[in-house]
Design a protein. Structure first.
Length: 254
């Protein structure tokens, strides 16, 4: 159930990242073309009146867009936080033991015997072969994870006999096999989710120079440069912060 929930959160985040910008750009284009054309073709308005009316319309559109973007960023941040917390928990959850207590006990006895054998061994090739033979017998994640815990001490014992690059490489190869078997589907999914949501809540929904960003800029003007910081954009529209041209609210639609 946990991996299913994680997959759902991943899909939700993916939908926001991959589709939101396109949706907003399309809605702007479809929703603003006719009203803008109507204003520009209004014979009752002077050229200056048309300019003022267009800017007012773009301001309202920008205000609405920034509000929607702010909500979507908040949604993404919430999804990212929930997914990250769940993925971290999944990575630290202990792997469930096999149902057979006898098999577990036999594994523990054989692992102890291997450790003793390696400690007493004086031939590095024989020691490495013994480790490889042992790991190849156990494919279940639980056994591999238990062997993985003991691998540092095995490496230390073997390299004390001979720490040549050749033998370190052989040990690295064996360890990679153990590590792969110890990685459950849950851990694989958790790693994928943690990498995907590494940006946390600080997501840029519109990539600079992308077709979506260019479309938004076409319809609401240079204020679109603040599309990824919607709260700042709203503050500029409301004249609460200063711009290079003086107080915000002047010519931000150009």
């Amino acid at each position: 159930m946990t991996i299913q929930k994680l997959s759902e959160l991943f899909e939700q985040g993916y939908e926001i990242k991959s589709k939101f910008a396109t949706t907003i750009a399309t809605q702007l284009r479809e929703g603003m073309n006719d009203p803008l054309a109507k204003i520009r073709n209004d014979q009752h308005l002077t050229p200056q009146g048309k300019k003022v009316k267009v800017e007012e319309f773009k301001r309202e559109a920008a205000r609405e867009v920034f509000g929607v973007v702010a909500k979507e960023k908040a949604t993404y941040a919430k999804v990212a936080a929930e997914a990250t917390a769940l993925a971290k928990k999944m990575k630290t959850d202990a792997i469930k033991q096999p149902s057979s207590a006898v098999d577990v006990k036999l594994f523990e006895q054989e692992l102890s015997a291997l450790q003793t054998s390696i400690m007493l061994n004086t031939n590095v090739d024989t020691a490495i072969k013994a480790i490889d033979t042992f790991q190849s017998k156990y494919d279940e994640p639980y056994y591999a994870a238990e062997l993985q815990k003991e691998f540092p001490s095995l490496i230390k014992t073997v390299t004390a006999i001979d720490d040549s690059p050749k033998h370190k490489q052989a040990l690295r190869y064996i360890y990679s096999s153990v590590q792969a078997k110890a990685t459950t589907p849950e851990v694989t999914k958790a790693n994928e989710v943690l990498a995907y949501f590494s940006d946390g809540g600080d997501i840029k929904l519109f990539r600079d120079g992308s077709p979506q960003h260019d479309t938004v800029k076409t319809y609401i003007g240079s204020i679109a440069n603040h599309i990824n910081e919607p709260e700042n954009g709203l503050a500029i529209l409301d004249g609460e912060v200063e711009t290079f041209g003086g107080m915000a609210g002047t010519h931000v639609m150009e």
